[in-house]
Design a protein around this ligand. Structure first.
Ligand code: ATP
Length: 306
């Protein structure tokens, strides 16, 4: 099946400046991809290339198999929805009027607005002026705007910046529903906590280069990041250092009722066997590497040069 989006060896230069270099990305139907990177990494530039508002200096961008700057550009744009970073609306208009306005711009038949407002949980505020909306409500309205015309691809630029954890969770729940209906989503973010369970794959950009791409599990294995185990029980007489003397284990915290250790992922079973051999062990929590850990591994903070 033709991928929804494909970038092949894409580079973008502004004069001498290389904003993107040799980017290869593929997004399939019903996939949610997180495009992660520091400020200036190239996330918005990537989205602009897909929107067709700028052209690649080298390489090919394919949207539904076509070039977003080619003769099919208008048709392609109608099949996608975009929520820009810092989207702003006419404050004097109501949510419904904002959608009417953007619907006309996009050439979408009116009538779907009520359904979209309901889908993003804004029915109760549909006729209130946008100036009375909270940040979370504005982002939901932005999402409703991006959903006009039932796009097959959604591109969301930092949609959860400034949202509290509950609003962020609700926002991602809506995306999960859309994914189930086959919508693909490219979402840029540098707010990582909490998003891992909603995304299928991640692409990490650093200084315009693709540092890693794949599922969080595959990248975790490739990075060989350690697994954290938190063990609860009561073991006044157990010498854990001695118990693990033959295993590749780092003891991070030990007291009479709690033990925290880290070990390479491939040691999970032997370490668990050692733990389970102690009747005093009551519970074992396995804490895999977080998205933050992955991001820091592939995109380590730069040490400022003196
Ligand atoms: P942020 O998280 O801050 O939004 P970003 O990852 O979206 O960052 P981009 O906006 O894609 O970053 O910018 C990537 C780089 O390209 C930056 O260094 C930026 O200054 C540069 N850049 C973007 N547009 C232009 C332009 N029109 N002319 C020159 N440089 C540009």
């Amino acid at each position: 099946m033709t991928p929804v989006l494909e970038l092949q060896q894409v580079s973008k230069q502004y004069g001498e400046f290389h904003a993107l270099t040799d980017i290869n990305l593929t997004l399939h139907e019903g996939e949610i991809m997180g495009l992660l990177g520091h400020n200036g990494a190239g996330k918005t530039t990537t989205m602009k290339l897909v929107l067709g508002v700028i052209s690649a200096s080298q390489g090919e961008v394919r949207l539904f198999g076509e070039s977003p700057t080619g003769p099919q550009a208008d048709m392609l744009r109608r099949r996608m929805g975009y929520l820009p970073e810092n989207a702003s609306f006419y404050n004097q208009l109501s949510g419904r009027e904002v959608l009417d306005y953007f619907g006309k711009l996009k050439g979408v038949a009116t009538g779907a607005q009520s359904e979209l407002l309901e889908r993003v949980g804004l029915s109760h505020a549909a006729d209130r002026r946008v100036k009375t909306y909270s940040k979370g409500m504005r982002q939901r309205l932005g999402l409703a705007q991006a959903l006009l015309g039932y796009p097959k691809l959604l591109m969301l630029d930092e949609p959860t910046a400034g949202l509290d954890p509950t609003a962020t969770h609700e926002f991602y729940e809506i995306l999960t529903e859309l994914r189930q209906q086959g919508t693909s989503v490219l979402i840029s973010s540098h707010v990582l906590p909490g998003i891992e369970k909603y995304i299928d794959s991640i692409a990490i950009l650093g200084a315009g280069r693709l540092l890693a791409v794949g599922t969080p599990e595959a990248l975790g294995q490739q990075a060989q990041l350690p697994l954290l185990m938190r063990v609860h029980g009561s073991w006044p007489d157990v010498d854990w250092r001695q118990q693990f003397s033959e295993q590749d284990v780092a003891l991070l915290h030990v007291n009479g009722t709690r033990l925290e250790l880290s070990t390479p992922l491939q040691n999970k079973l032997p370490v668990m066997r050692t733990l389970l051999a102690q009747p005093a062990v009551q519970d074992i929590e396995l804490i895999p590497p977080s998205l933050d850990d992955l991001y820091a591994h592939y995109n380590p903070p730069r040490v400022p040069s003196k």
